[in-house]
Write a protein that binds this ligand. Structure first.
Ligand SMILES: C[S@@+](CC[C@H](N)C(=O)[O-])C[C@H]1O[C@@H](n2cnc3c(N)ncnc32)[C@H](O)[C@@H]1O
Length: 425
């Protein structure tokens, strides 16, 4: 690859790093705004990979760079150094990476005076090689998140979660029908809960069965809430906060009569595309959950908006783009959403509440408080006795706590909290 060819994805990655670490933007937001649209599909994938790998290794890169920097350079130069350090750690040829780093700072008047510094520092990093990188400690979560997680799980579990987040995530797939049949061509590993797991999958849309809609991408943990809800053919089920539709497709595949509601127009377009590709059907409604008041559902799935702190191994931008200041608003909204979802259930109906959060305030505590608010409401503890679910994952309240460090030998899973509540008959 010529240096110029290599620079396009690197510059796009640098732009996204600056936006995440400087402006608090999330990667999906930046990609949605067109940050990668000028690149070929191949370069787009490379820019995305460079960005996520740099964010995943950012704290480790800073530790390595601190050895060679007398004082902290401006953010855009620091991000060039971080990006190049992570590339060098991955075994990229040193001269190409160092030249690219120098070229990136040389392009801006604001930073061109730092060419010499970048050149000297990156040469020292290159001399450390991947071996020097491997000796550094696993990157830690930022304090605003580490602290509540340490209170909830203790320091050893937090350290194990950090190892899982640093390792990243494989590609997980939910089959529309029998996972064994779908896996005949995918040739992955079938996990105990039926998810198909692929390592080094490459481009998703080129995998067998994508075009024909035989499956969709969905983390193994994210597939469990619908398994717990156990939809039956013909049941009237509401998927509240449905987009982009992974769980809507699971519900629809069971033959249930599914209504999917989400307030995001853009994300609802993706629900429509996903249903079309897989040949599944559901009624889709773009509306605020609180404005949707049709009742009488046999079951409601509430996958409430949350801090998404369980998904950091897939979204390493999150700890850098967020600071925890929105937790309070989310927790209050979840509480109101649980109450609203219960009001839409017929007597005796079931509500599966879940969040992809590691914070008990967005899981265990929500259920505890809902039980206190609603007389006669119960938790269906037996609903979580499903194939492949480890009894150790159960919580005292009858729910399920999933963590990224579970199934560590298989490649981990997203963090989730899930419980099935039963409205009095
Ligand atoms: C965790 S995601 C849902 C993921 C989805 N269930 C799936 O499996 O693909 C949360 C969703 O809540 C939606 N949302 C946030 N606030 C909402 C509101 N007030 N009313 C309806 N949907 C809302 C967001 O647009 C987002 O799509």
């Amino acid at each position: 690859m010529s240096q110029q060819q290599g620079l396009g994805p690197r510059r796009a990655a640098l732009y996204m790093l600056d936006q995440v670490t400087g402006e608090g933007k999330l990667l999906p937001e930046l990609i949605g705004e067109g940050a990668l649209q000028h690149l070929s599909p191949e370069d787009r994938a490379r820019a995305q990979r460079l960005t996520t790998e740099t964010l995943r290794g950012l704290a480790r890169a800073d530790r390595m760079l601190a050895r060679f920097l007398a004082k902290t350079p401006p953010l855009s130069v620091r991000n060039v150094l971080r990006l190049c350090t992570v590339e060098l750690a991955g075994g990229e040829a040193a001269h190409g990476v160092v030249n690219a780093g120098v070229e990136m700072v040389a392009r801006s008047q604001r930073t061109s005076s730092m060419k010499g510094l970048v050149n000297a520092v990156l040469r020292k990093v290159a001399a450390e090689g991947p071996e020097g990188w491997a000796q550094l400690v696993t990157p830690r979560l930022p304090g605003w998140l580490r602290s509540p997680l340490k209170d909830a799980y203790g320091p050893d579990v937090v350290a194990a979660i950090e190892v899982a987040q640093f390792a990243g995530a494989p590609l997980d797939i939910t089959a529309k029908g029998d996972p064994n049949a779908a896996n005949e061509t995918l040739k992955g590993e079938i996990l105990p809960t039926g998810t198909i797991r692929l390592r080094d999958a490459g481009q998703v849309s080129t995998l067998p069965g994508f075009e024909t809609g035989d499956w969709w991408v969905q983390d193994a943990a994210a597939a469990i809430p619908v398994q717990i809800l156990a939809p039956q053919s013909g049941e009237k089920i509401l998927d509240l906060c449905a987009a982009p539709g992974g769980k809507t497709m699971q519900l629809a595949a069971s033959g249930a009569d599914v209504t999917a509601v989400d307030s995001s127009e853009g994300r609802m377009i993706r629900v429509g595309e996903n249903l079309k590709r897989t040949g599944l059907s559901a009624t889709t409604i773009t509306a605020d959950a609180f404005a949707f008041t049709d009742g009488g559902f046999d079951a409601v799935l509430l996958d409430a908006p949350c801090s998404a702190t369980g998904t950091i191994r897939r979204h390493p931008d999150l700890p850098y783009a967020k600071d925890g200041s929105e937790f309070g608003i989310l927790i209050h909204q979840q509480e109101r959403m649980i109450d609203h979802a219960l009001s839409l259930l017929k007597p005796g109906g079931r509500l599966v509440f879940c969040t992809c959060s590691l914070l008990p305030d967005e899981g265990e505590v929500q259920v505890e408080e809902a039980l206190a608010r609603h007389a006669g409401l119960t938790v269906d503890a037996s609903a979580i006795d499903r194939a492949g679910i480890d009894p150790d994952w159960r919580t005292e309240d009858g729910g399920l706590r999933l963590r990224p460090d579970y199934w560590a030998d298989k490649g981990g899973m997203d963090g989730f909290y899930i419980a099935q509540l039963r409205k009095p008959a």
